[in-house]
Design a protein around this ligand. Structure first.
Ligand SMILES: [Zn+2]
Length: 256
């Protein structure tokens, strides 16, 4: 397989000025959701994918807009494109990682990046084994209680550690929309990475149980409602929905 992709990104309009940008040729079991929120004064990008092609240049809804780019956390599939943006936000606990990324600290060495990860190549000469996240020192730190204001919509930051120490989520009080990163999505959750903490993740998920959430836009897989949120959290707290060893998990997914 060495076809070069023409259209690397696809844009799916969701609702409420929210669009989902996807890296079309990254396998569905790995591909991160890149969220775009149109604001009056500025736009928001929540996670940036692997950074294999220029997002702003190739996604027309981003043209000529002031953009705040946020990493929900520093893992390669979420923060790989952050270096392409001028205004880069994330939590202090993962600043060092994204300022000096390695395969190990961005979990790019966990068995997810392999030939089968890509159904087309991002550019001529791309070698998956050489993939590394580019340094993207944060220009603004975000922590619990901070607010991101787009002029006509406001998002509150929650610090929800566990999947990673500096995982953050964005909650819009007015609509009940939560952008959750990898704290929660409708799939198996990862709590065994080098800087994961399963007890912290439980605590973070318990916090979400009490919030007036209507829709969750997660870091992977389709969005879901409050009822599904409850089910996912209950299943996780009861010991289910765990990936365990990620290399084995990928192997099982490929075998299906
Ligand atoms: Zn992650």
């Amino acid at each position: 397989m060495n076809t070069i992709a023409l259209d690397w990104y696809e844009v799916i309009s969701i609702s409420d000025g929210i669009s989902l940008i996807r890296e079309k040729y990254v396998a569905g079991w790995l591909r991160c959701n890149i969220w775009h929120v149109r604001g009056r004064d500025r736009d928001l990008i929540i996670d940036t994918g692997m950074g294999l092609r220029p997002l702003v240049k190739e996604v027309s809804i981003l043209a000529d807009r002031p953009i705040i780019a946020i990493m929900t956390h520093s893992h390669f599939d979420h923060a790989g494109g952050l270096h392409q943006f001028e205004h880069r936000c994330g939590h202090a606990l993962e600043h060092q990682i994204i300022a000096s990324p390695t395969a190990a600290n961005t979990v790019a060495d966990t068995g997810y990046i392999r030939a089968e990860t890509f159904t087309a190549l991002p550019y001529q000469g791309f070698q998956h084994q050489d993939y590394l996240v580019k340094p993207a020192p944060l220009t603004q730190l975000l922590d619990e209680g901070d607010v991101v204001d787009l002029g006509n919509r406001v998002f509150s930051i929650f610090h929800l550690p566990g999947h990673s120490p500096g995982s953050i989520a964005l909650f819009e009080q007015n609509t009940g929309i939560l952008f959750s990163g990898d704290v929660i999505y409708d799939g198996d959750l990862l709590d065994t990475l080098y800087h994961s903490d399963a007890e912290q993740l439980k605590e973070s998920l318990r916090r979400l149980q009490d919030l007036p959430i209507t829709t969750v836009h997660g870091g992977h897989f389709p969005s879901f409602d409050k009822q599904r949120l409850r089910v996912i959290i209950e299943e996780y707290l009861a010991g289910g929905r765990r990936i365990g060893n990620s290399a084995d998990w990928v192997g099982e997914n490929l075998a299906e």
